[in-house]
Design a protein around this ligand. Structure first.
Ligand code: GUN
Ligand code: FE
Length: 426
């Protein structure tokens, strides 16, 4: 009768909110049909006889959610960071992304990305591919095969990029997007979903934005893009869209800013009061990408402000603006960047805490996928088992302290097992 029920035993840690971390030492996590039934210190009588996988003294946490990452940029991670955003795009990013026209190259490059994502603690991701429809579909095939759960976007860009990458017109860009969506629907993926991906306002004409709104309405897709990342970019958007009240308004005027399509915007480093208010009104998710914002000299986003306002906030690796897909590293970068912001820019916003960044990397970003990122009843069961025995210590450490050390200095060696939507990947 209990065929699809199983139980994981170990030190269970998850967030209820940004300020509330729940810990259940040597507890039981009951999963049925891919969803969490409950977390229990003592196993209820009714679950007697159900198989238990005992992870002993290891930690069990929700799978991590990368709310913003560029799969084709994985090939140049850790390279070419001595530039700001716009120069970095022209010099490093566009030439590399152009290579994904070649499906053989795309297969080789995406294999590295997907294998490393599979090994890591990330179970969900919002992923930018490139403008290339076929290579994007190939990436989706590979992610589906790996068992990860991702939203993937074919990128749209019909202006302000080199000829070799620019889509010929708004008509062509939207037609390719529709073809890609039809291909995706035909594939009937279980875990991989399409997401509309206009790269950012400077790359998309008004005509293209209008057409993407039609596509969004026809297929009911969510949307991801970039927002208020870097001063040069923001000044450019003002020039390109003099009719907009602020950068986010340049999306909102086309109905592409949350109001009736779930939307995640990366960065929001320099969002104004008006922009923050609109994001709140429209339920726009923020993907905070602290390492990228440092590498590309963009700045530090006022994340505590977002949390206090009740905005949805998750964490993004933003590879290759960020050098690593490891979201534990992204969590520590978020704390460190917030300390510099507090010390150097604005002491009214206190630095972020371990509880807050862990929340952002799990439930905060997970909400973009539905009931994801926690172990409360009804949540989809994404879980990562962490074995920190390599990281020796002479003194006793409680579970929260062990989690803190994972955030500051763990790597893939600590990842012992991983479950996505109730299925064990390894
Ligand atoms: N803005 C537009 N494209 C990009 C990109 O590829 N990376 C980052 N960090 N910002 C962008
Ligand atoms: Fe990005």
């Amino acid at each position: 009768m209990y065929e699809s029920i199983f139980i994981l035993k170990g030190n269970i840690v998850y967030s209820k909110s940004a300020s509330e971390l729940k810990v259940c030492e040597h507890g039981y996590l009951v999963c049925e049909n891919g969803e969490v039934r409950g977390v229990y210190q003592t196993l209820p009588f009714e679950y007697g006889g159900i198989p238990v996988t005992d992870y002993e003294d290891r930690l069990i946490i929700p799978g991590l959610v990368d709310l913003h990452v560029h799969a084709p940029q994985y090939s140049f991670r850790g390279l070419g960071m001595d530039m700001e955003l716009l120069e970095w795009l022209e010099t490093n990013t566009f030439p590399e992304e152009a290579k994904f026209q070649d499906l053989e190259y795309a297969a080789r490059a995406y294999k590295v990305f997907v294998e490393n994502m599979k090994k890591g603690a990330t179970t969900r991701a919002c992923i930018f591919a490139t403008v290339h429809r076929k290579a994007t579909l190939l990436l989706m095939d590979m992610l589906e095969e790996a068992g990860l759960s991702a939203m993937v976007g074919k990128v749209n860009m019909d202006r302000n990029c080199p000829d070799y990458l620019r889509e010929a017109s708004a008509v062509e860009s939207s037609a390719e997007t529709v073809e890609w969506i039809k291909d995706v629907l035909h594939k009937k993926y279980k875990h991989t979903r399409p997401i509309l991906t206009p790269r950012f306002t400077p790359s998309c004409t008004d005509e293209l934005m209008e057409k993407l709104k039609m596509v969004q309405m026809r297929y009911g897709l969510p949307l991801q893009s970039h927002l208020s990342e870097n001063p040069g970019e923001i000044a450019w958007v003002k020039e390109l869209c003099p009719w907009s009240d602020f950068y986010g308004d340049a999306y909102d005027k086309f109905g592409l800013f949350g109001a009736d399509c779930p939307t995640v915007m990366a960065h929001c480093v320099h969002s104004t009061e008006e922009e923050i208010t609109r994001m709140k009104e429209n339920d726009v998710f923020v993907a905070h990408c602290p390492e990228s914002n440092i590498n590309l000299s963009s700045g530090v986003a006022p994340v505590r402000r977002f949390l206090e306002e009740g905005l949805h906030v998750g964490i993004g690796s933003d590879v290759a603006g960020g050098s690593t897909e490891n979201l534990f590293a992204a969590m520590s970068h978020a704390i460190q960047a917030s300390k510099m912001r507090w010390r150097l820019m604005d002491d009214s916003l206190k630095p972020l805490t371990v509880e807050e960044v862990f929340y952002m990397a799990t439930k905060g970003g997970g909400e973009f996928f539905g009931k994801v990122g926690s172990f409360e009843p009804g949540y989809e069961l994404d879980a990562v088992i962490l074995d920190d025995s390599r990281l020796e210590h002479p003194q006793p450490l409680d579970v929260k302290k062990r989690l803190e050390r994972m955030i500051y200095f763990s790597d893939d060696r600590e990842i012992f097992a991983k479950y996505v939507r109730g299925k064990r990947l390894f």
